[in-house]
Design a protein around this ligand. Structure first.
Ligand SMILES: [Zn+2]
Length: 86
């Protein structure tokens, strides 16, 4: 599983009905990927905020925002690795 696949299944991670196999795959990726780990924490906090307002569906806008943020971070860290000269 890569970051894109992880993000595509991100909302399922918070769904109690999600199969244990998918959940463990998500957890495995998250364990080795700091970006996705941070995304999950942020999303969890967001969901908790919305739950307090009795609105627990993750809005598409926030999902898109998180998706873009993680992809940007991944691209950034790849660039940094290439640029390490000094
Ligand atoms: Zn990732």
């Amino acid at each position: 599983m890569n970051c894109t696949e992880f993000l595509a299944n991100l909302t399922d991670y918070f769904d109690a009905k999600t199969a244990a196999t998918l959940r463990s795959e998500l957890e495995r990726h998250m364990g080795g990927c700091n970006h996705c780990h941070v995304t999950v924490n942020t999303t969890r906090q967001t969901i908790e905020i919305y739950r307090n307002d009795e609105l627990y569906e993750l809005p598409d806008a926030i999902r898109t925002q998180l998706h873009q943020a993680v992809l940007a971070k991944c691209a950034e860290s790849k660039r940094k690795k290439k640029q390490t000269k000094a």
